[in-house]
Design a protein. Structure first.
Length: 173
């Protein structure tokens, strides 16, 4: 009986740990909800922009910005051909978060491939790879909306993560 009471007590403690203390937020109307969400998103974008600025300053490199928010710096130029929609990009890469956490990388000696503008990779990678010529190496900074957005990838990339690709475009097919 004593062991049974102890077991019940331990189960009670464990169940209390799993409860979250989140405050419920309610809104008077749809307009209040929309206003709050817009302000929250603007705050996120302001913080993301600052993180990107700090990252670029730490590298001391000049980046080119596109209209979508992609930023890139080609640190090894080449006279190779560029890529077009439908072509196969062959590359090696190292993917980190803007804070420097290593997320994914090409396996040693194994190249990765994807069809430009068609395969299921980040839209920012599709855009960025088209800025490169075969043989070039570059840093690509993908704001969260050009990466995995609010959902992350359900593995190494969490929600709203700004990504940094260190990419080498090896070939095209």
């Amino acid at each position: 009986m004593r062991n049974f009471s102890l077991l019940i007590f331990v189960c009670f403690l464990c169940s209390c740990e799993n409860e979250t203390n989140k405050a419920e937020v309610s809104f008077e109307n749809k307009k209040d909800f929309e206003t709050t969400m817009i302000l929250s998103h603007k705050d996120f974008l302001k913080k993301e922009k600052e993180k990107i600025r700090v990252f670029k300053d730490s590298l001391g490199l000049q980046f080119i910005s596109t209209g979508t928010g992609l930023q890139y710096h080609i640190y090894k130029s080449s006279e190779g051909d560029g890529l077009k929609t439908g072509e196969l990009a062959v590359l090696s890469y190292d993917l980190t978060s803007i804070t420097g956490d290593s997320l994914y990388k090409s396996p040693e000696g194994k190249l990765q491939e994807f069809v430009v503008d068609y395969d299921n990779v980040e839209s920012g990678l599709h855009e960025g790879i088209k800025k490169l010529k075969v043989g070039e190496r570059a840093y690509l900074i993908l704001p969260a909306h050009l990466a995995h957005g609010i959902s992350g990838d359900n593995a190494a990339i969490s929600s709203q993560t700004t990504l940094v690709y260190n990419v080498h475009l090896v070939a095209k097919r």
